[in-house]
Structure formats: structure tokens, C-alpha cells
Design a protein around this ligand. Structure first.
Ligand SMILES: Nc1ncnc2c1ncn2[C@@H]1O[C@H](COP(=O)(O)OP(=O)(O)O)[C@@H](O)[C@H]1O
Ligand SMILES: [Mg+2]
Length: 350
């Protein structure tokens, strides 16, 4: 059995609609497992169900081989880090870090030992006597992490812990958290709505939408082989471009009128005359002759050039390396190097 297993977990608040639908997933010991999805997709609910802060409507939660479905949070031996840090404003950094240990009645010398370890690890030694309001956002977030670490719980649940930080600090803390997690061998379940955070931190990622698992896999699996159009559009920045298309023989007609000829073997695998969506990543578009577009915006980022182009009603983004001369208003003719098709009704990758 894996370290954590969820089996057919359903969650419904009172008589409202299902917030979690048949969640079955296994998470390995020492894994950094990221739960990513749009706001309202059920990420926090799932984390709360694992923590025991919410009960399941149906299904089971196993931690370390034990069915903990009916266990209280305290009986589950885990720590949590939240977005808002939840620090006590009137307590010092040291007392905030030690709060849980005091409540559990851990002996004083053991408390001090764990405190010293954690503050050294997180660079908080100079701040132990301060109150939270005398700390920067990043330092407060480190205190919240220290509090999770001193519990010595083998499982740590984090719910958007970096959302309150500015972009630069967020990037730095990502690296710190990942390094710390590996060093301590902590099994971590990390919730975020930010696909970049998911891609940079996760050993594996689970994409959730509307309470349903869309796909579970390594960052590159999700990027290279998305199971459906939702995952394809959610993972990757700038986003994958889409357009409606239909196939007749080997002739593919795009919604805006362009006509492409597909390789015979590819056309043979696709449904004839059925609605499909073609998807192409911004970096897989080259200059060519297949499709005529009009440039509506250009972003010069220095190392990259992002161009927004109109194809009928669709607005696509093209990503080219370096500094390209693309001008707003010009006609740009392009070709597609790599692309993928999705079922027009189910969204499944074809
Ligand atoms: N205590 C609650 N009572 C009723 N509905 C809730 C409660 N908590 C969350 N929900 C609903 O469950 C859905 C998922 O919420 P949540 O898990 O917080 O999403 P996420 O963390 O992905 O943004 C939302 O539609 C939300 O309104
Ligand atoms: Mg949430």
C-alpha cells in the first residue's frame, strides 16, 4: 500500500452539489505531490478531507496503511501550512513555533532542541524574540513552515502557502520549500492554483477541475501528453492555442477557413466529419505558408517574443526565442510543427 491512499472519496456539503467526485489516488512516501486546479475546483476541500478537518460523504482515506477515515486531525499525525500563516499575533516567533508542542506536552528540553533545529534550518535565529508584525511576509511564512517542521509529523499538507508573497519572494520560497522537503524526507501534499508553481515544485501533479481528477502525472507527462483539453489548456504558459476543426479525408478545415493536409496515418486515426479541437503550443508555431493571421499585439521580453495573432474568432499566442521583428497590424503566415486533437464533445485527447 502507498503512504497515502484515497479510495472513491466523495464530498458533498449539506444538500449542495458534489464538491469531490470519486477521487482515487495513491501518494508515495517522500513524494512532493501537487494538487492544482482553478479556484473552486475542490483543492482545499480535498486537503481538509485528508487532514480530517472535513469528513468524507463517501469513500476512504488511508495514511501509512491505516484507514483514518473516521480519525480526528490529531490522530492522523500530520502538519499543515496555510496561506494566511495563522500565526498568533501576541506570541513571539519562538512561542508560535512551539505552540503545538506545548499543547501536546512534549518535554521542555525536546522542545528547545527542535526549536533550535528549525530556526537554524529556516534562517530565523535572529528573529525568535520578535512578534509576527515585526517580520516581513517571507519571514512569517518561514515561521509557519518551522511550526510544521517541529511537529516531526511525516506528512505535511500545504494550502497555497505562497499566495500572499510577491513574485520574487514566491520564486525564492518555492526553491526553499522544495529543498527542505527533500532534506527532511517529508511527504508533502501542496495545493496551488498556479500551474508554474505546480510544474516547478511537483514530483507528480494531480490536476483537478470541478471536483474531478483530470490527470495525475509528472510535470513533463502533463505537458507532453495531456489526457484532455482541460489539462492541455491549464498546464503551460502561455497557454496552448485551440481552434475548432473538421476532417474530410486527409483535409482538415479550421474554423476560420484555412485548409491543411494531414499525413495519411494521422488522418486515419481521427474521426471523419466530427467536431474536433486542434491544439498547438505557442512554441510549436513557425513562419510558414499554411495559415494567414493578423498580428494584434507583440510583447518583447528580451529573451523571447510573444505575438498575439487573430485567426477568425480565435486569438492565438506565438512564442519565439530571442528578439523577433513582428509588428502589430502585419499579416503573419504560419505553419504548425506539432499539434494535438481533442474530441469536440468530450474534450478527450484523440
Ligand atoms: N463549508 C462549505 N460549505 C459549502 N460549500 C463549500 C464549503 N467549502 C467549500 N465549499 C464549496 O466547495 C467548492 C470547492 O471549494 P474549495 O475546495 O475551497 O476549492 P479550491 O480550494 O479549489 O478553490 C466550492 O464550490 C465551494 O463553494
Ligand atoms: Mg482553496
Amino acid at each position: 500500500m502507498s503512504f497515502i491512499e484515497l479510495q472513491h472519496v466523495h464530498k458533498q456539503y449539506s444538500n449542495e452539489q458534489m464538491v469531490l467526485k470519486d477521487i482515487t489516488v495513491a501518494i508515495e512516501q517522500g513524494e512532493f505531490f501537487v494538487l492544482v486546479g482553478p479556484s473552486g475546483s475542490g483543492k482545499s476541500t480535498l486537503l481538509r478531507v485528508i487532514a480530517g478537518l472535513d469528513d468524507t460523504t463517501d469513500g476512504n482515506v488511508y495514511i501509512n496503511g491505516k484507514d483514518v477515515t473516521k480519525f480526528s486531525p490529531r490522530e492522523r499525525d500530520l502538519s499543515m501550512v496555510f496561506q494566511n500563516y495563522a500565526l498568533y499575533p501576541h506570541l513571539t516567533v519562538a512561542d508560535n513555533i512551539l505552540f503545538g508542542l506545548k499543547r501536546k506536552g512534549i518535554p521542555k528540553d525536546e522542545q528547545q532542541k527542535r526549536l533550535q533545529e528549525s530556526i537554524a534550518l529556516l534562517g530565523l535565529t535572529a528573529y525568535v524574540k520578535r512578534k509576527p508584525k515585526e517580520l516581513s511576509g517571507g519571514q512569517r511564512q518561514r515561521v509557519a513552515l518551522a511550526r510544521a517542521i517541529v511537529s516531526h509529523a511525516p506528512l505535511c499538507l500545504m494550502d497555497e502557502p505562497l499566495s500572499n508573497l510577491d513574485a520574487q519572494l514566491r520564486t525564492q520560497m518555492r526553491t526553499e520549500i522544495k529543498a527542505l522537503q527533500k532534506k527532511l524526507g517529508l511527504t508533502t501534499i501542496y495545493v496551488t492554483h498556479d500551474q508554474t508553481e505546480a510544474m516547478t515544485m511537483g514530483d507528480r501533479i494531480m490536476v483537478i477541475n470541478d471536483g474531478e481528477i483530470q490527470q495525475v502525472g509528472s510535470p513533463l507527462t502533463l505537458y507532453n501528453a495531456p489526457a484532455n483539453q482541460f489539462v492541455a489548456g491549464f498546464i503551460g504558459a502561455p497557454k496552448m492555442n485551440f481552434i475548432k476543426a473538421t476532417l474530410t479525408g486527409v483535409t482538415l478545415t479550421l474554423a476560420e477557413g484555412s485548409v491543411l493536409t494531414l499525413p495519411t496515418e494521422l488522418a486515419a486515426r481521427l474521426p471523419q466529419g466530427e467536431p474536433m479541437h486542434l491544439g498547438v503550443r505557442p512554441e510549436n508555431i513557425v513562419r510558414g505558408k499554411a495559415i494567414t493571421t493578423k498580428v494584434v499585439n507583440v510583447e518583447h521580453l528580451g529573451h523571447e517574443t510573444h505575438s498575439s495573432v487573430q485567426l477568425g474568432e480565435a486569438l492565438w499566442t506565438i512564442k519565439w526565442p530571442g528578439q523577433q521583428s513582428v509588428v502589430v497590424g502585419e499579416q503573419l503566415t504560419i505553419a504548425l510543427q506539432q499539434y494535438v486533437f481533442f474530441d469536440g464533445k468530450t474534450g478527450k485527447t484523440l
